[in-house]
Ligand binder design. Structure first.
Ligand SMILES: CC(=O)[C@@H](O)[C@H](O)COP(=O)(O)O
Ligand SMILES: NCC(=O)COP(=O)(O)O
Length: 232
């Protein structure tokens, strides 16, 4: 069974649009879990544009594991080590970007990442690195001691014809390096099938599409449908 992590960031985007407390991302996470989500993913961005600090302990208290997406900054490492979520996924961040545009350059930033990964691991947190599907990035992730990589599927989702082959080849490298394989970004009902077919895939993290489609069908049915698509 491939696990489905439901990313609830964009429930918080909607909440923040009016500056109040509705809709509550934690209530959405509870509904997602009740509908079959195996975990909840939340990205505490440095600019707090969607998920806010006060959301994180409430998400951690839920019955499914929390995957805390974060930039590899001292501030975020401190917050994560205090919170102790099940997992932390280190992602790149640019202040002006609309969404996470690419993977973390673990090759270029390996020296800076090494102590942060070690600190998270020493705290008992499972560390995942959100990277592009490139052999050098995967091999460096393994050398840095990260047990998991999440391959960025954004370029594939935008329709790059070579991208599925890159992801397939990357999945082989992930297996050869002995890492656990996750994937996500930009996935929908229409494009998830080929990604769910990647050899060795353990987990998908999906957010924007699920929250958008929930406007039409409701979050429970949407989570159930995605869960059945990824495991069919
Ligand atoms: C890292 C990632 O792919 C998702 O968490 C995504 O970043 C959702 O948040 P944004 O849409 O703000 O990027
Ligand atoms: N890490 C990817 C993620 O959590 C969800 O990305 P998206 O489905 O919101 O594009």
């Amino acid at each position: 069974m491939i696990r489905l992590g439901v990313n609830i960031d964009h429930v918080a985007t909607l909440r923040n649009a009016r500056g109040g407390t509705f809709p509550d991302p934690i209530a959405a996470a509870e509904l997602a879990i009740a509908s079959g989500a195996d975990g909840i993913t939340a990205h505490l961005r440095e600019d707090r544009r969607h998920i806010r600090d006060a959301d994180m302990p409430r998400l951690k208290a839920l019955s499914a594991p929390l995957n805390f997406e974060m930039a590899a900054t001292d501030e975020m490492v401190r917050i994560a080590c205090d919170l102790r979520p099940h997992a932390c996924c280190l992602v790149p961040e640019k202040r002006q970007e609309i969404t996470t545009e690419g993977g973390l350059d673990v090759v270029g930033q390996s020296e800076a990442l090494k102590p942060k990964i070690a600190r998270l691991r020493d705290t008992g947190i499972r560390v995942s690195l959100f990277i592009d599907p490139e052999a050098r990035q995967i091999e460096t992730a393994a050398a840095l001691g990260a047990p998991v990589v999440e391959l960025h599927t954004g370029a594939y989702a935008l329709g790059g014809s070579q991208e599925l082959e890159r992801l397939r080849s990357a999945a082989e490298t992930v297996a050869a390096c002995g890492l656990e394989l996750h994937a996500g970004h930009g996935l929908t009902y229409d494009n998830v099938g080929a990604i769910a077919g990647l050899a060795g895939l353990a987990e998908l993290n999906i957010g924007h599409f699920l929250i958008g489609q929930a406007v039409f069908d409701g979050l429970g049915p949407v989570v159930r449908k995605m869960k059945s698509l990824i495991n069919s």
